[in-house]
Design a protein around this ligand. Structure first.
Ligand code: IPM
Ligand code: MG
Length: 350
């Protein structure tokens, strides 16, 4: 059985994932690691970004570490076979509905944030993004021609009680191990799905988590509060689309998008999907200058949440902190280390 399936993907994906692989082999030489094509490179080889064989391998591994998918060369691929569609199918196929996106400000990087140091120092925010529902998957969706010219496009936001409950439960459980505070963000002032979201979270809270503090917040206000005073948040749970947007904003607070990992989890015992939240960064792909820390920290989350080796996770996290404290910086962090040199720095710190 494969412990860790690597899906390096496109753009900078293979460059950063190669460094995570070195770290995995260093902390857990016994780990069985496999690698497969996914994304645009799979489309080029097989005509689809996600083959049935790779989805099957992902579902039977213990954890999947993805690099990044997509790039301008696939902009004209049929919509249902674009690399991004492969990613959505992988998330849905693995049923990883809870996406944990931590925004952690490492002390050594507080000055790289676009906010002032005193606002971000010590920031430890966990966004829990619903990942397999909402407007990303709702139907109908189409673009149609209008009789008088012009077109009409439709996307559908849809959520069920069960979908909201299971992701909110993950958020409440996480909060119990942290600062015991959950913010739930939606647009219940204008959207029916937001109204249901608020009701379901309120009911679940009363039934199962009365000991956790719950605050409801409108998603637009959440965006404003994230850039005004991010440390007021502990766990922030929200839907797929708002979570996509709010997690990019939160990421920037930490100094660089190149720093942030994520974990997508399903029901207990099922494999998790781990990915850096940065994309394929076609502008710097192939130059060997991408920051591998988001990938290495995604590996850290895999050891913690899927592979049952928290001590290996602790070692990786400590090594990243030590490397940063010692001044290791890739270009996005204002330094000049290459991707491989940053990998070397983490390995040396291990
Ligand atoms: C993300 C990305 C993806 C998303 C894209 C690449 C489909 O932006 O993981 O945040 O929108 O979910
Ligand atoms: Mg995104």
């Amino acid at each position: 059985m494969t412990d860790l399936l690597l899906l390096p993907g496109d753009g900078i994906g293979p460059e950063v994932t190669a460094q995570a692989r070195r770290v995995a082999q260093a902390v857990a030489p016994d780990l069985s690691i496999a690698e497969a094509l996914f994304g645009g490179c799979s489309f080029d080889a097989h005509g689809t970004p996600l083959t049935d064989a790779v989805l099957g391998a992902a579902k039977s591994a213990r954890a999947v570490l993805m690099g990044a998918v997509g790039g301008p060369q696939w902009a004209d691929a049929p919509r249902d076979r674009r690399p991004e569609a492969g990613l959505l199918n992988l998330r849905a196929g693995m049923e990883v509905y809870a996406n944990l996106r931590p925004a952690l400000c490492f002390p050594a990087l507080a000055d790289a944030s676009s906010l002032k140091r005193h606002l971000v120092e010590g920031l430890d925010l966990m966004i829990v993004r619903e990942l397999t529902g909402g407007i990303y998957f709702g139907s109908p969706r189409f673009i149609e021609d209008l009789p008088g010219g012009g077109k009409r496009a439709v996307d559908t936001q849809v959520y069920t009680t069960g979908e909201i409950e299971r992701v909110a439960r993950v958020a409440f459980q996480l909060a119990r191990g942290r600062r015991n505070l959950v913010h739930s963000a939606e647009k219940s002032n204008v959207m029916d799905s937001g109204l249901l979201w608020r009701q379901v979270v309120t009911d679940l809270h009363a039934r199962e988590f009365p000991d956790v503090r719950l605050e409801h917040i409108l998603a637009d206000n959440a965006a404003m509060q994230i850039v005004r005073d991010p440390r007021q948040f502990d766990v922030l749970v929200t839907d797929n689309l708002f979570g996509d947007i709010l997690s990019d904003a939160a990421a920037q607070l930490t100094g660089s998008l190149g720093m942030l990992p994520s974990a997508a989890l399903g029901d207990a015992g099922r494999p998790g999907l781990y990915e850096p939240i940065h994309g394929s960064a076609p502008d710097i792909a192939g130059q060997g200058i991408a920051n591998p820390l988001a990938s290495i920290l995604s590996l850290e989350m895999a050891f913690r949440w899927s592979l049952g080796r928290p001590e290996a996770a602790d070692r990786i996290l400590a090594a990243v902190v030590r490397a940063l404290d010692a001044g290791a910086r890739t270009r996005d962090l204002g330094g000049s280390l290459t991707t491989v040199q940053m990998g070397d720095a983490v390995l040396a710190a291990l």
